[in-house]
Design a protein around this ligand. Structure first.
Ligand SMILES: [Zn+2]
Ligand SMILES: [Zn+2]
Length: 297
């Protein structure tokens, strides 16, 4: 039967009567319970059950006891490396044993002694502020690993929401959100780029454009086996601007999943600043504490 031969008079078609709302609610509840039995929500860290009453918040990929073990970032962070500024941005910083510069009006971000030393040695930072939500330790490390290596890409949107919750009051005004990209071969092997998914979640909530302005020009060797100096050398000129990138005069929020030494963010920020961006801030889900900071935690 062609579309032309379909009957035009549909008055004889019986209309569905609206169902009793209480019956609908009952079936919905039964349906949800059935789904819970078939596919129970489990914590990505401990596999414990997440009850219906524990769902609905951004961190509901973790059970309540695991949520209790999350370690949030301090409020005062070094604007160049994201390290904690013990005692506040304008006081002497104990980390590294040197002094910290006074808060110079850079939106409340001070600088730790290590970054001050680096700046004095002629290696200024391209970052104007670094924010992150949690110390990279369990249970958040398990969740990040699941997001990156177990294919649980939906966690990125939830992590973006909860990271934003934590830093929202300190977030500077920016014009665009730029993810720190994976090399195309890594993205192809994984099927997605977790930093880009985080950036999607942030741009939707902040109403800002997500711009893929950076690309990794070469595949860098595994960073986790290198010390900080080797990481910086490994990453030098690793990032390039895409041909369509327009960072000139823009304030940018760089987004990545985990900060280890800050060398990756620094390299990505450098490429954007060389392209004319005025300010670069960075936001990550978590940060690995440096060895000397472990004494402080
Ligand atoms: Zn758990
Ligand atoms: Zn620093």
């Amino acid at each position: 039967m062609s579309y032309e031969t379909l009957p035009l008079d549909v008055t004889d078609v019986p209309r569905n009567q609206p169902a009793d709302p209480s019956t609908v609610a009952r079936w919905r509840t039964l349906g949800a319970r059935g789904l819970d039995l078939l596919f129970p929500w489990c914590c990505v860290h401990c596999d414990g059950e997440i009850r219906p009453s524990e769902r609905g918040s951004a961190n509901d990929y973790l059970c309540l006891p695991c949520r209790g073990h999350l370690t949030f970032s301090p409020l005062e962070l070094c604007r160049s490396c994201g390290g904690p500024l013990t005692g506040g941005a304008s006081e002497s910083c104990r980390l590294g044993g040197g002094e910290a510069v006074e808060d110079d009006g850079n939106l409340g971000f001070g600088q730790c002694s290590r970054c001050v030393d680096r700046q004095r040695a002629g290696m200024p930072s391209s970052l104007d502020g670094v924010l992150w939500s949690w110390v990279y330790a369990s249970p958040i490390s398990t969740a990040v690993t699941a997001m990156k290596f177990r294919g649980l890409d939906y966690l990125a949107d939830k992590m973006a929401a909860s990271a934003l919750d934590h830093v929202h009051d300190r977030l500077p005004v920016v014009d665009a959100i730029v993810p720190v990209p994976l090399h195309w071969s890594r993205r192809w092997a994984r099927g997605y780029d977790q930093a880009e998914l985080l950036a999607v979640g942030l741009s939707r909530r902040l109403g800002l454009a997500r711009e893929r302005w950076l690309r990794r020009a070469r595949r860098t060797s595994a960073q986790s086996l290198l010390n900080e100096t080797e990481r910086r050398a490994n990453l030098a000129s690793a990032f390039r601007l895409r041909r369509k990138a327009r960072p000139q005069g823009r304030r940018i929020l760089l987004v990545d999943d985990v900060i280890t030494t800050g060398a990756t963010l620094e390299a990505a920020a450098g490429a954007l600043k060389n392209g004319g961006a005025t300010q670069i801030f960075a936001l990550a889900v978590a940060r690995t504490p440096q060895p000397e900071e472990l004494f402080e935690l």
